[in-house]
Design a protein around this ligand. Structure first.
Ligand code: HEM
Length: 264
C-alpha cells in the first residue's frame, strides 16, 4: 500500500486518464453508449489476454489447478461481455446512423486485442497482421502468431502425460490455423471414457469447452446485434458485414473436444 497520504482511489485507478478518454465526434446523444461499450470491451479483453497467456504457461508447466482457475475466470469475463450486448441492443438503427459517418473506416475489425485473443486461441489468420503494420501492437501480435496456442500447449501436455500424439502434429507449424488430428481425438476420447483415471485432464478439457462455448456466444451476440443495427450494409472496416461475421461462427477452436461428444 502506498504511504503517500495524497494517494487516492482516482490516482491508483488513473481515473483522470480513463474518464477523459470518451470523446464523441458528434453531439448525438447515443454516441457515448457506442464509445463506452467498445472501451469497456477492450478493458475486459485486456484482462482476458492476461489470463489466457498465464493459463497457457501453466498448462505448459503442467500446473493444471492454476490453469483451470484462470480459464474459469476467462469464461466469466466472456459471460460479462455477453451480457454487455444487452446494453448495446438498445441502440436503434436511426440512433446509430446519426453518428456512424463520424468514425469513417474505424471498425472493431482493427481491434488488436481481439486479434491477439484469436491468435492465443489458435485461430491464426495471419492476414490480419497487415492491419496493424506500423502500430505498437504489431510485435505483440506477431509474437502471438508465432507461438503455440493455448490448445497447442494442451495437446503437448497430452503427449507429456503419455498419450500417443503424432509427432508431426506436435511439431505442426503453429503459425497456421489448428486442424483436428486423429491421435488428439483418440486421447481426449479415452480421457472422457474414463474421467476418474485422468481427472485433471478431463477438468481441463471441460474448462476449454466451457470457454469456447462462451466465446461462440460472444460472436453470435455480436453478429445478431450488428444485423439488428445495420442490417446487411457493408461494414465500416470494409468487409461484407453480417455475412463476414456469420462465416466466423463456423470457426472451431478446440475441434476434437467437440468431435468426441458424438462418440460418447
Ligand atoms: C452497433 C454496434 C456494432 C456494429 C454495427 C458492428 C459492426 C461490425 C462489422 C460490420 C464488423 C465486420 C468488419 C467490418 O467490415 O467492419 C465488425 C467486426 C468486429 N467488431 Fe463490431 N460492431 C459493433 C459493435 C462492436 C463492439 C461493441 C465490439 C466490442 C469490442 C465489436 C468488436 C468487433 C470485432 C472484434 C470485430 C472483428 C471480428 C472478426 O474479425 O472476427 N463490435 N463489427
Amino acid at each position: 500500500m502506498s504511504k503517500d497520504s495524497t494517494f487516492t482511489y482516482g490516482r491508483y485507478l488513473r481515473l483522470d486518464q480513463i474518464l477523459d478518454g470518451q470523446r464523441p465526434l458528434t453531439d448525438k446523444h447515443d454516441e457515448m453508449l457506442f464509445i463506452v461499450q467498445h472501451q469497456t470491451s477492450e478493458l475486459w479483453m485486456k484482462l482476458a489476454i492476461h489470463e489466457i497467456t498465464s493459463a497457457r504457461e501453466a498448462i505448459s508447466n503442467d500446473t493444471l489447478p492454476a490453469a483451470m482457475k484462470m480459464l474459469a475466470r476467462v469464461s466469466r469475463i466472456f459471460e460479462q461481455l455477453n451480457s454487455a450486448w444487452d446494453v448495446l441492443r438498445t441502440l436503434t438503427p436511426d440512433e446509430y446512423t446519426a453518428f456512424r459517418d463520424a468514425f469513417g473506416a474505424g471498425s472493431g475489425f482493427q481491434s488488436w486485442q481481439y486479434r491477439e485473443i484469436e491468435f492465443l486461441l489458435g485461430n491464426k489468420a495471419a492476414r490480419h497482421l497487415e492491419t496493424h503494420k506500423g502500430h505498437a501492437a504489431y510485435d505483440r501480435l506477431e509474437t502471438a502468431l508465432n507461438a503455440p496456442s493455448l490448445y497447442d500447449e494442451a495437446t503437448a501436455l497430452l503427449a507429456a502425460r503419455g498419450f500417443d500424439i503424432e509427432t508431426a502434429h506436435l511439431n505442426r507449424d503453429v503459425t497456421q490455423n489448428y486442424t483436428a488430428n486423429d491421435s488428439v481425438r483418440a486421447a481426449w476420447l479415452s480421457i472422457y471414457q474414463n474421467p476418474k483415471a485422468h481427472w485433471d485432464l478431463f477438468e481441463l478439457a471441460e474448462k476449454l469447452v466451457d470457454f469456447e462455448d462462451y466465446f461462440r456466444r460472444w460472436r453470435f451476440n455480436h453478429v445478431t446485434t450488428v444485423e439488428r443495427v445495420i442490417g446487411f450494409k457493408r461494414g465500416s472496416g470494409g468487409t461484407s458485414g453480417v455475412n463476414y461475421l456469420k462465416a466466423m461462427l463456423d470457426v472451431v477452436l478446440f475441434p476434437e473436444l467437440w468431435d468426441i461428444r458424438t462418440e460418447l
